[in-house]
Ligand binder design. Structure first.
Ligand code: FES
Length: 72
């Protein structure tokens, strides 16, 4: 899905940049993807995607540390 119509960036573009560790800053996402912020309407959406990616990255070790929910 296109999340930035000015730069034609998709949610997957943003996820890939964050997952690759290229950025953890909303303002730097554009530069990492070879463009720059234009109107800024996409900033909240990009922030939400980054929060999802970084949140799931933080949750994964915690889930692994807890172990299986229903051990036999
Ligand atoms: S929609 Fe992303 S800068 Fe305009």
């Amino acid at each position: 899905m296109i999340v930035c119509s000015c730069n034609v960036l998709s949610d997957q573009d943003v996820r890939s940049a964050v997952e690759a560790g290229r950025t953890r800053s909303t303002s730097r996402v554009y530069g990492c993807l070879g463009c720059s912020a234009q109107c800024g309407r996409c900033a909240r959406t990009i922030q939400r995607i980054m929060d999802e990616v970084l949140g799931s990255a933080r949750a994964a070790p915690a889930i692994a540390a807890r172990g299986p929910r229903n051990p036999d």
